[in-house]
Design a protein around this ligand. Structure first.
Ligand SMILES: Cc1cc2nc3c(=O)[nH]c(=O)nc-3n(C[C@H](O)[C@H](O)[C@H](O)COP(=O)(O)OP(=O)(O)OC[C@H]3O[C@@H](n4cnc5c(N)ncnc54)[C@H](O)[C@@H]3O)c2cc1C
Length: 319
């Protein structure tokens, strides 16, 4: 296999963090692909972004000089095709984002590339690239390979990989953006109104609750406890599925990854592999569970076999 191409993403003059996470994703398969890692940045004010992406194992940075910085799906589609033609990568990584929805699948379909979206696992098994994503409404994990595909485009879920450390001595080159039909015109930026602005990937201290909470009416007391101890409230999937807490608070394989977390307090969570996928890397995990055999205790640094309501009460008395 040849190299890996990353299409960087920026918005409102800021590089989106997922761009850096894609570098770590690329590093995880670099040995298997045997190629180089190239980051492409598309826009007209790219200087700061070039410095930001010169990290980890990046070998080259390509500036695709466009007339403006606004996202235009046709511009990205034409740029992606031109970059694949010139660099001949075997893997293209793009963020799983509203932007990539506008061009990645279309370019892959038109040009006969392999494609997987919402990827949260990457591996090389020998010469074979394997991408993991969910299937059947996130009920199963599906491993995909791409037989016969010289180029594979993967849209990778944000928060799956940590940003890399270390500065890279990358070779920087520039090329003009290919001509693309101007079918859209950027008229302004309107931030979406989020009902819950929680940032699980960015939180350093997370207190998560699971099905052990029992009833929806009990959730509020844990929300208050989280606030009083300075933690971000997270949850396991059954609570998000039931609508007891917003999906944005779900930690795990089909939720968010606690990327920046250093302390994770798990109340009434059994420790399924899918929940662990979002938090087992955290240095300090404290688990509270009535079942001493619960899997979460295998990953917790500190465990309390006990009733989460009693432990919550103890905590409340100290804050
Ligand atoms: C494709 C797929 C993707 C998934 N993605 C995710 C995901 O992203 N995140 C996620 O969390 N799950 C996910 N799941 C679901 C996952 O498999 C589990 O069903 C889920 O994590 C279980 O949540 P839980 O630990 O809260 O509940 P349970 O497994 O029911 O555990 C509840 C725990 O609470 C304990 N308990 C009960 N009462 C108390 C009490 N009073 N005090 C203390 N402890 C108590 C019990 O002993 C038990 O261990 C996914 C599943 C699939 C198939």
């Amino acid at each position: 296999m040849a190299g890996i191409l990353i299409i960087g993403e920026h918005r409102q003059g800021e590089l989106r963090p997922v761009t850096l996470e894609l570098i770590t994703a690329a590093e995880s398969i670099k040995a298997g692909t045997g190629g180089t890692i190239t980051v492409a940045l598309i826009g007209n004010r790219l200087d700061a972004f070039v410095t930001q992406v010169a990290v980890g194992g990046v070998d080259a940075i390509v500036r695709v000089e466009a007339a403006h910085d606004d996202f235009d799906p046709d511009l990205y589609a034409a740029s992606l095709k031109a970059l694949v033609d010139s660099l001949q990568p075997s893997v293209v990584l793009v963020p799983q984002s509203v932007n990539s929805l506008g061009y990645a699948a279309a370019v892959a379909a038109v040009n006969g590339y392999g494609l997987a979206t919402d990827v949260f696992g990457l591996a090389c098994e020998g010469d074979t690239l394997v991408a993991t994503r969910s299937g059947y409404s996130q009920k199963v994990s599906v491993e995909l390979d791409f037989p016969g595909k010289a180029v594979v485009v993967l849209a990778v879920r944000a928060g799956t990989f940590k940003a890399p450390v270390g500065v890279a001595a990358a070779v920087v080159s520039a090329q003009p953006a290919p001509g693309a039909p101007a079918r859209v015109r950027h008229t302004g930026y309107v931030a979406s109104e989020s009902v819950d602005t929680v940032n699980i990937p960015g939180a350093e201290f997370i207190m998560s609750i699971g099905r052990g909470v029992g009833e929806e009416t009990n959730v509020e007391e844990y929300a208050e406890l989280a606030e009083s101890i300075g933690a971000t409230l997270g949850c396991s999937r059954p609570l998000a599925d039931a609508g007891w807490l917003p999906k944005a608070r779900q930690v795990g394989q089909s939720g968010k990854t606690a990327s920046a977390c250093r302390l994770y307090l798990a109340f009434g969570i059994s420790g399924s592999v899918q929940h662990l996928a979002g938090m087992k890397h955290v240095d300090t995990i404290i688990a509270v569970n009535t079942d001493r055999e619960a899997s979460i205790f295998s990953y917790a640094k500190y465990g309390i076999v006990g009733d989460m309501f009693e432990i919550a009460e103890e905590l409340r008395n100290h804050f």
